[in-house]
Design a protein around this ligand. Sequence first.
Ligand code: ATP
Length: 308
Amino acid sequence: MINSPVLEIRDVSKEIGRRRIIDSVSLKVYPGEVMGILGPNGAGKTTLIRLMTGLVAPTRGEIRIRGKCVRSQFEQAMKHVGAIVENPEFYPFLTGYKNLLHFARMVPGVGEKRIREVISLVKLEEAIHDPVKTYSLGMRQRLGVAQAILHRPALLILDEPTNGLDPAGIRELRDYLRRLAEKERTAVVVSSHLLSEMQLMCDRVAILRGGKLIEVRRMSEILRRDSEELRTRFEVDRTDPVPSVLLQLGLNREWKECPGGFEIRLRREETAELNRRLIEAGVRVYAIRRLEQSLEERFLELTEGDAP
Ligand SMILES: Nc1ncnc2c1ncn2[C@@H]1O[C@H](COP(=O)(O)OP(=O)(O)OP(=O)(O)O)[C@@H](O)[C@H]1O
C-alpha cells in the first residue's frame, strides 16, 4: 500500500458553459509529499482544488482519494481529506483551544491528546489560550490547519495558503507543512502562482496553464540548474581546435558546426571552461548564446511573468 497514491486525478476535464476550464488533467499525489499546483491567475488552480474536494463535479474523468471516488463515494473519500478552500471561520471571542475543542466534538475519536498534538504540529502552543480575535493572519491560518488535520486526514488541501502572509509567516507555513508530511505521512496539496514560494514548500510541482497540466517536476530537479545541459551556440572565427579542446576537457560530447561557429549541449560551468580553453587555443570567441531556456527560466516565465 505504501506506493499507492493518496490522490489520483484521472483525465479530468471541467467545462462551464462552452469553456473548458480544466482540460484532461491527470496527477497522482503520494503519502508524505507536498505537491504544489502552480499557475498564473486564471489557470484553473481553484477549480482543480474544488474538483478535488467535491465542491464541483468533473465533466469527464474521475478523482479518487485513497481509492474512493469523490463523486460516487463522496463520504468515504472525504473522510480522508482536510481542506481550507476559503478562509476558515472561528469564534473570535473564544480561545484557539476552545475553538479546536468545539470542532473536535464533531469529529468522532478526537480527544484532548490529539488536540495537543495538532497544536504542537502547527507550533501554536504559546497563543492557544488567547482569544482568536487577537491572532495575526498567520496564526489564524495555523489554527485553520490545526482544525483541518484534527481527524488525521491522509490528504490536506490548501488553496493559496501564502496569500497575505509575510515572509516569516510563509517560513512557518513551510515548516509545519513539512512536519506534517514527515510525521504524519500526510499528502499535502497547495496552490500558488509564485514559483519562489513553491521552492520553499514543495517536493514536486505541477504546472497548470489554461486548464492544462503542462509539467510535473521534482522541485530539486528545477533547482539543479548547474547540472542541466542546454543547447549553446558559440560564435567563433574557426572551429578546427574544437575537437581537441573538448578532448582535453574530457567532454565526450556531440557538437556540430553552424554558420559562424558551432553548437553543443553544455552545463553552466562547462560553458565557462570551454570558452576559456578555446581562447587559450587561439580561437576568437565573439558570442556565446544559450538556445534553450533552463527549466527554472521556463517555470518563472510560466508563472511569475503572468502574475498581477
Ligand atoms: N463558475 C464559473 N463560471 C465561468 N467561468 C469560471 C467559473 N469558475 C472559474 N471560471 C473561469 O475559469 C478560469 C480558471 O479559474 P480559477 O479560479 O480556477 O483559476 P485560478 O488559477 O485559481 O486563478 P486565481 O489565482 O486568479 O484564483 C478563469 O478564467 C475563470 O474566469
